[in-house]
Design a protein around this ligand. Structure first.
Ligand code: BES
Ligand code: MN
Ligand code: ZN
Length: 501
């Protein structure tokens, strides 16, 4: 798919469709929508008066122009209430519009930069959101389908702006949008690929490719390396599987003169979570192919960070393994020694994310990293608490937690902080080891988070639980059924925020 930026009058474009917009409650359209309305002798305002167009967020109305103007169709997309308008609305309506147009066989269309006129939005931001929404809204995971859904697909999207002085900003937004959308696509692909395809070794290959594409250093640690480091918790999870575990370490040196100006982004990379000996029920177990979504977000975000170049040193770490109940699998009751020296009693082998992250987060700390954020599909309890609307946010350092939260807000990915009171820690006390790996049902997401936090040492630490947000059961806006690619955008923004950009 190609995106062009052009100066001129959208009503005269020679294209399959032109896209204009309307805020809810507006009866007399202005700007480009007003110009198109006049060119169509009041067709849009007529439909508004008749109540057929309301401007509700995501409402898509297609009007055939029957030769009145050069473009054969006009699409009026609803932007919702102007008081709650933001880039997320643009992303979402762009996804909705693109899917509708692709469905009716449109291969090229022109759009105005939603919000950049009357909406008061920055032109670059609008263009970026259009590109992200369009590319991600049209995303399909069809590599294993012999016949594809869409014979005709959208090939060219043109953003048309009347005011030529905005072109440079629009182009900048398009370029950034393409980089981000490409990375989110890579992330979604990894999440959607089944466990037999997306093994730990394959994840490492994808990371090697990403590192190669954006000039990052990369190291993939194998079983002997993990043994030498004493990563007993990570290895304990891996021992039930035939697939060898991989600790993927990607490095971006954006501020080599200040090695302390650093950040680690650490991802849970369970390529399939059967639960191990504490085996999961079979209903929906297949969804656990996506238990590496945190790791996929880390690899994809590292790729973007290498491309956009913020002034900060970022290390991406992914603990990739399967959690399987093979003959060599660890047992409930086993005790493992982590790299940090702390011992963990395995109460439930299905609480494996915190085990692999215990070693991965400690590894980050052992590398002298001062700020660590981990991303994980950690607990089913997360979607009980927050549903699928926002990810859970936890941590030890409020200033850092706030920075993660703000980065999410800016990127259009919502995070909601949960408490981490010390009293919760009693729930995972063990009689025979330093701690056990579960804290019981009450506040399951919080105890899971706190167990990981035990291994962050004195680094500022934050944890994002994406169990409810990494996978979607429905298609809407720029979200498509399956992997969402959540947190790629937030992690990139976080690196930039910490770099002061
Ligand atoms: N990967 C799961 C969490 C999960 C569940 C993610 C559903 C996405 C959708 C995790 O490894 C797990 O099994 N957690 C257990 C923890 C419990 C045993 C303490 C859970 O949530 O039941
Ligand atoms: Mn599990
Ligand atoms: Zn898991």
């Amino acid at each position: 798919m190609k995106f062009d930026v052009t100066a001129g009058d959208i009503t005269v474009r020679d294209t399959d469709a032109i896209v204009v917009n309307l805020f809810e409650g507006v009866t007399d359209p202005g700007g480009a929508t007003g110009a198109v309305d006049r060119a169509l002798d009041g067709a849009i305002s007529g439909l508004v008066a008749a109540g057929e167009i309301k401007g509700k967020r995501g409402e898509v109305t297609i009007i055939h122009t029957l030769g009145k103007i050069a473009p054969s169709r006009v699409v009026v997309v609803g932007l919702g209430k102007s008081s709650v308008f933001d880039a997320e609305v643009v992303r979402s309506v762009s996804g909705e519009t693109a899917r509708r147009l692709q469905k009716i066989g449109v291969s090229r269309f022109s759009t105005i930069a939603h919000g950049a006129g009357i909406g008061g939005m920055d032109a670059a931001q609008s263009a970026q959101a259009i590109v992200e929404g369009t590319v991600l809204g049209l995303y399909e995971f069809d590599r294993f389908k012999s016949s594809k859904n869409n014979e005709k697909s959208v090939e060219t999207v043109e953003i048309v702006e009347y005011d030529a002085s905005k072109l440079a900003a629009l182009q900048m937004g398009v370029d950034r949008g393409l980089v981000i959308a490409d990375a989110v696509t890579i992330c979604r692909n990894m999440v959607n690929e089944p466990g037999n395809r997306m093994t730990p070794s394959r994840m490492a290959e994808r990371a090697l490719k990403a590192a190669d594409d954006s000039g990052l250093e990369i190291d993939v640690l194998d079983t002997p390396d993990l043994e030498a480091l004493g990563m007993g918790a990570f290895l304990g999870v891996a021992q039930g599987s035939k697939e060898p575990p991989k600790l993927i370490v990607m490095k971006y040196d954006g501020d080599p003169e200040n090695p302390e100006n650093n950040l680690a982004i650490v991802g849970k990379g369970i390529t399939f979570d059967s639960g191990g000996i504490s085996i999961k029920p079979s209903a929906n177990m297949g969804d656990m192919k996506g238990d590496m979504a945190g790791g996929a977000a880390v690899i994809s975000a590292m790729k973007v960070i290498g491309q956009v170049g913020p002034k900060i040193n970022v290390t991406g770490i992914v603990a990739a393994t399967e959690n399987m109940p093979g003959g060599g699998a660890q047992r409930p009751g086993d005790i493992v020694r982590t790299m940090s020296g702390k011992t963990i009693e395995i109460d439930n082998t299905d609480a494996e994310g915190r085990l692999v992250l215990a070693d991965a987060v400690h590894y980050a700390h052992s590398q002298g990293i001062r700020r660590i954020v981990d991303i994980a599909t950690l607990t089913g309890a997360m979607s009980i608490a927050l549903g699928h609307i926002c990810s859970g946010l936890f941590g030890s350092d409020q200033a850092f937690i706030d920075q993660v939260k703000e980065s999410g807000d800016m990127a259009g990915e919502r995070l909601w902080q949960l408490p981490t009171y010390n009293e919760y820690k009693e729930q995972y006390r063990s009689d025979v080891a330093d701690i056990k790996n579960t804290g019981g049902r009450p506040a399951g997401s919080i105890t899971g988070a706190l167990i990981i936090g035990e291994f962050a040492g004195d680094a500022a630490w934050a944890h994002v639980d994406i169990a409810g947000t990494s996978f979607s059961r429905k298609t809407s806006g720029y979200t498509v059924k399956g992997g969402t690619g959540v947190m790629v955008r937030t992690l990139v923004k976080l690196a930039e925020t910490l770099a002061g950009e």
